[in-house]
Design a protein around this ligand. Structure first.
Ligand code: AMP
Length: 219
């Protein structure tokens, strides 16, 4: 089963993808994570992507599609029961390229889930978030602190990290890019009959349940 999670920054795509990965045996394929790893490693892709990422704009289709193409050929994807595209596609060009990639790799798209969110709340949501540096569990300055200060609830690590682009100005730019380039994809997928919308402002578990209900029954 291959699914796309669509939605603005801070809607909860990453959080839900992590949960679905664990519960459904799917692989989270986050282009944001892959690009950040490339920037950190200083690869050519990373160097080419960094400027757009720092400003909250979009990395070129050519770079992103290349990264996804390569990732889909890795063995862990072939062994998994499917992938969750998180943060991809983000433009019409990427959506068309994904159709072609899936066909080429003999994969099919089962569902597209839009996680809807109240815009005014997103800047607050995104600008307070941080994650465990070891296991990636997500936290928030105001809404979800670790139970013991400075210690990850899940793995006990004491190291946390924040994304550089999770500051209010860059989040606003990311929202602008979402409206201009990504939101139109909702119409694109509406035509396929595979689109579902869920309320991303509901509690995390409820959002997960609503997403699972939108997914096709497993054979
Ligand atoms: P994300 O982690 O999904 O919020 O992505 C972080 C940043 O990476 C975005 O603001 C973009 O600069 C870049 N990025 C991630 N995915 C894509 C994509 N599919 N197309 C273009 N840029 C992307």
């Amino acid at each position: 089963m291959n699914i796309i999670l669509l939605g603005p920054p801070g809607a909860g795509k990453g959080t839900q993808a992590r949960i679905l990965e664990e519960r459904e045996g799917l692989i989270q394929l986050s282009t944001g994570d892959m690009l950040r790893a490339a920037v950190e490693a200083g690869t050519e892709v990373g160097q080419r992507a960094k400027k757009a990422m720092d400003s909250g704009g979009l990395v070129s289709d050519e770079i992103v599609i290349g990264v996804v193409d390569e990732r889909l050929d890795r063995q862990d994807v072939k062994d998994a029961s499917g992938v969750i595209f998180d943060g991809f596609p983000r433009t019409a060009g990427q959506a068309e390229a994904l159709d072609e990639l899936l066909e080429k790799k003999d994969m099919r798209l089962d569902a597209v889930v839009v996680i809807e969110a109240e815009e005014e709340k997103l800047v607050d949501r995104v600008s307070g978030r941080f994650t465990c540096a070891k296991c990636g569990e997500g936290y928030h300055d105001r809404h979800k602190q670790p139970k013991t200060e400075g210690v990850c609830d899940v793995c006990g690590s004491t190291e946390f990290k924040r994304r550089e682009d999770d500051n209010p100005e860059t989040v606003r730019e990311r929202l602008t890019a979402y409206h201009k380039d990504t939101a139109p994809l909702i119409d694109y997928y509406e035509g396929t009959g595979k689109l579902h919308k869920v309320d991303g402002m509901a509690p995390i578990e409820e959002v997960t349940e609503n997403i699972r209900q939108a997914l096709p029954e497993r054979a």
